[in-house]
Design a protein around this ligand. Structure first.
Ligand code: ATP
Ligand code: MG
Length: 418
């Protein structure tokens, strides 16, 4: 579990703000959900034989002996909340959420035990129009973040009936090649055979490539749904690869599944993944509500941006040098009026006194663009000194009354960065 330190939080906020702005522009509303839920909720929805439930959940009894789990993903909680509050009753819902998720994975690059997702879920819409829009939305996210070379992989898992038939065909194939299955896959062979296709073990790849394809075993309903989705994406000029081995790790998916990947993050290259889960709401005791959703990993997105974009930062715009007790008292008042009059201004005031020289040093170190100076002379004349910390220039003397306007001018182009 990682701390996110002040030198990276500006980038995080930039990514979060961009995601939220774009997601809301498609008519999604925010939902905030608890970080802890009953264990049973995840065990039932995600599926007992998935990696998440079988080995990754942080589960503990609370003081009443109730089994609780730190949420490993957001969809289950979203469905629970929607049912509890009647959000799916005769209406559609487009929801988004953001926050920490917890999985006890082997820590490695691109895999944390506390990580952060932004998720979107659309309920009550059978698609494939909403499926296409969700994918188009993701495409816009990558563009607005300035990310390029993000690839889309697409598949369908069919209706439950089609998937059931395909499952048997796949089990037969895997059974015939039992000798080539690694230990994990042997275990999944009967519990969750589709997951074998998701194995990242290089030794298994030949077997996986040779496996029968679900694309050849679709029923007409899911084949049509998929064909229509493809037409919508083609019309929207969205590039994608149909990957018949894309199955996703969670049990609740059916029909559309998709993943966005990059080559720039090494082995953990998936930045966003999702799919349709038309049976989940009903499974939890509601009326049938078709649904689709996806989630993106904040750590992977920020890492990608970190590589090739200019970093936003939270350094102050100006550092206020105050020489003497009288300057401190007056300086606070001036600083307040500057904050009143210049929206977005980041002004750091010197604390703890110190010589001009010492204060200038601190000003430099703060990363500020400008130093404001209030000493005896300035106090006597109702002025403030203003000096650039970035370029060679003479110190200006500015009447206090004119300071907001002049400071604004100096900071043009810096104030509304975010
Ligand atoms: P993988 O096959 O890589 O384990 P997954 O199927 O478990 O992925 P999802 O549950 O679909 O992943 O999560 C959606 C996204 O959340 C992933 O694409 C990834 O960007 C991010 N994510 C998932 N697990 C982690 C983790 N442990 N650390 C960081 N990001 C993660
Ligand atoms: Mg995983």
């Amino acid at each position: 579990m990682h701390d996110i330190l002040p030198d990276s939080t500006p980038l995080w906020r930039h990514v979060e703000n961009t995601l939220v702005r774009v997601i809301q522009s498609y008519g999604y509303s925010e939902i905030r959900l608890p970080v802890v839920e009953k264990t049973e909720l995840f065990a039932r929805s995600i599926g007992e034989y998935t990696d998440i439930v079988a080995k990754e959940m942080y589960t503990f009894p609370d003081r009443n002996g109730e089994q609780l789990t730190l949420r490993p993903e957001g969809t289950a909680g979203c469905v629970r909340a929607g049912l509890e509050h009647g959000l799916f009753h005769n209406q559609t819902q487009k929801l988004w959420y953001m926050g920490p998720m917890f999985r006890h994975e082997r820590p490695q690059k691109g895999r944390q035990r506390q990580f952060h997702q932004v998720g979107i879920e659309a309920f009550g819409l059978p698609g494939p129009d909403i499926d296409a829009e969700m994918i188009i939305l993701c495409g816009r996210l990558w563009r607005e973040l300035g990310l390029s070379g993000i690839k889309l992989e697409l598949n369908t898992l069919g209706t439950p009936e089609a998937r059931g038939k395909y499952r048997d065909i796949l089990v037969d194939y895997l059974d015939e090649n039992r000798g080539e299955l690694d230990e994990d896959s042997q275990q999944r062979l009967h519990s969750n055979p589709l997951r074998v296709l998701d194995s990242k073990n290089p030794d298994m790849q030949t077997l996986i490539t040779g496996a029968p394809s679900i694309q050849d075993h679709l029923d007409s309903e899911s084949a049509e749904h998929f064909a229509e989705l493809r037409t919508l994406l083609d019309t929207a000029k969205i590039d994608y690869i149909v990957n018949p081995r894309l199955v996703r790790g969670l049990d609740y998916y059916g029909k559309t599944v998709f993943e966005w990947t990059t080559d720039h993050l090494g082995a953990q290259g998936t930045i966003c993944a999702g799919g349709r889960f038309d049976n989940l709401v009903e499974y939890f005791g509601g009326k049938p509500v078709p649904a689709i959703g996806c989630a993106m990993g904040m750590e992977r997105l920020t890492e990608l941006l970190d590589r090739d974009t200019q970093q936003p930062d939270d350094s102050p715009h100006a550092y206020f040098i105050l020489a003497g007790d009288e300057a401190v008292a007056n300086g606070f008042a001036i600083a307040e009026s500057l904050r009143d009059e210049i929206p977005g201004l980041r002004l750091r005031v010197n604390h703890g006194g110190g010589s001009f020289k010492a204060q200038f040093k601190r000003a430099d170190k703060s990363g500020a663009i400008l130093a404001l100076i209030l000493g005896q002379d300035e106090l006597a004349n109702q002025t403030v000194g203003l000096k650039s910390l970035r370029e060679q220039s003479e110190q200006e003397t500015v009447p206090v009354a004119k300071l907001p306007a002049i400071l604004k001018k100096h900071l043009e182009g810096h104030l509304n960065l975010r």
